[in-house]
Design a protein. Structure first.
Length: 509
């Protein structure tokens, strides 16, 4: 009897001991360098890229902790992925059953600038181009993660991001990250990043959207698209990146505040202009570095006209403009709709004198624009007030030679010989009203506001030019401006003025 009990005891010890030994041996194997090496080989085969695993710690029968996981480009030329702690475990409540991956501390890099196009596509397809539904992977949790993504015109880098990636059974992947860092700039408030992609049948990134608080415009990383890094300006709103049939597009909506016009030289034709822009973008689309569509409203302040004069070949008369855009829409290179008001001031009349005729005129020019509406590249309606102002010190003078040329050309009148060499103008201005294809020239002062020019002679003010009682065709003016906008010369302005200026101005009865 005793002997039988000893035999049963030894059998129990052998069974239990064997099971414990096998479990202990398996656990030691899981923690060994051999298992880490085998896991590295499995990851390399799965991703099609070199991979290394520092160590593996079993958490239970179905969960593993992989430390220091690194994935490289072929031949280990550049690091693509690094995860400090990576936990693979069953996802609770998943239906059908599945797994989730928790990555804490690490970095993911996609860099089309440093890599070739083949490497860029390889990383996308190796990292995202798998049937994750077949693997049972439902969710990826990211903690304290850095992302670097440079793709053509788009730049995105973050630090210390937290978020999740949800992988649906229909193949759609959705990522959501929260960070305070964007392209090495600390926003001081949460930045939300959303992405949609489809891994199967070739990776297709449907959209990456940034929802940012007020942040420096430099943080958007658009210098390659704009042609230079913006020196000033803030952005508040959303920016979305898409890849579609080999083209790249960026969509913008939000507030752009305090940006300098010269920083937008990559999007503006004919070089840069100087000025400050504060604009609300309702919809903006930039495709392959070219502005394709823009709906906006806002204001442009302190636009210097000297660069514009150089572009058009006109003399540099100085001047600054302020524009208020009530609603604008640009499609391609066409202005679909533009409604604005504004003003131009501090334009030197002395510099513009040669464009009008022989002689000189002193003072400055002010242009007020109560309204201007453009539809489909044509002026629909407008009202302009063009006013000459005497110098701050001294009188506003117009030479007899210039005044005689103007009155003869416009009114068919000959000035009397007794006029002095220089005539003081008391008031000089006109209202130009455009409606459709016609315009009228109206006075700004005098009886019934019909006078264009009043001069002061021997202490008396005398009106010498008055508004015409007819409408004029606008199209010849627009045609000429369109043809000569880039290479216009002062002498050409004079010839056009002589052949197209409205005639028949008369004195009132």
């Amino acid at each position: 009897m005793l002997r039988r009990r000893w035999i049963l005891l030894w059998l129990a010890l052998i069974v239990v001991g064997g099971t414990l030994a096998a479990t202990l041996t398996y656990g030691l194997y899981l923690r060994s360098g051999f298992y880490a090496t085998a896991t590295s080989a499995a990851l390399s085969e799965f991703f099609g890229l070199p991979a290394e695993v520092g160590s593996v710690v079993p958490l239970d029968l179905h969960s593993r902790l992989l430390r220091d996981v690194t994935v490289w480009l072929p031949n280990k030329r550049e690091q693509v992925f690094y995860g400090q702690e990576n936990i693979w475990q069953p996802k609770r409540g998943s239906e059908p059953p599945g797994y989730e991956l928790r990555v804490q501390g690490g970095e993911f890099v996609i860099d089309s600038d440093k890599w070739g196009a083949d490497d860029y596509r390889l990383v996308l397809e190796s990292g995202l181009g798998h049937d994750f539904a077949a693997l049972g992977l439902r969710r990826v949790e990211l903690l304290d993660w850095d992302v670097i993504w440079r793709a053509g015109y788009f730049r995105l880098s973050t630090r210390e991001a937290n978020g999740t990636v949800i992988l649906q059974e229909d193949g759609l992947g959705q990522a959501s990250l929260v960070t305070r860092w964007l392209n090495e700039h600390n926003a001081g408030a949460p930045i939300h990043i959303y992405a949609r992609f489809r891994p199967q049948q070739g990776v297709r990134i449907e959209q990456v959207t940034l929802d940012v608080p007020r942040i420096s415009l430099q943080a958007l990383g658009l210098e390659k698209m704009l042609g230079k890094q913006p020196a000033q300006g803030d952005f508040l709103g959303k920016a979305s990146y898409r890849e579609d049939d080999g083209s790249e597009s960026v969509e913008l909506s939000g507030l752009v505040d305090g940006v300098q016009l010269e920083d937008l030289s990559g999007l503006l034709p004919n070089g840069s202009l100087r000025g400050r822009v504060s604009v609300r973008i309702d919809e903006g689309l930039i495709r392959d570095g070219r502005l394709e569509r823009l709906r906006f409203r806002g204001r442009i302040d302190d636009v210097e006209l000297a660069p514009l004069a150089r572009i058009t070949g006109l003399p540099d008369a100085g001047g600054r403009a302020t524009l208020f855009v009530h609603q604008g829409e640009i499609i391609g290179e066409s202005i679909s709709w533009l409604s604005l008001s504004g003003k131009i001031d501090s334009v030197s009349l002395e510099s513009l004198g040669p464009l009008i005729g022989r002689g000189r005129i002193t003072g400055s020019l002010r242009v007020e624009v109560p309204r201007l509406v453009v539809a489909n590249d044509h002026i629909d309606s407008a009202e302009l007030r063009i006013i000459a102002e005497p110098p701050a010190e001294g009188m506003g003078l117009i030479s007899r030679e210039l005044l005689s040329e103007i009155t003869e050309r416009l009114a068919g009148l000959t000035l009397p010989e007794f006029l002095p060499e220089d005539v003081e103008y008391a008031e000089l201005g006109a209202r130009v009203v455009i409606e459709g294809d016609t315009f009228r020239v109206l006075g700004t002062h005098g009886p019934r506001n019909t006078t264009l020019l009043t001069v002061r002679i021997l202490g008396k003010e005398v009106g010498v030019l008055f508004q015409p009682a007819r409408n004029y065709d606008l199209q010849p003016v627009l045609d000429w401006l369109g043809q000569q906008a880039e290479q216009v010369k002062p002498e050409q302005i004079r010839r056009w003025w002589e052949s197209h200026v409205p005639t028949g101005l008369v004195l009132p009865p």
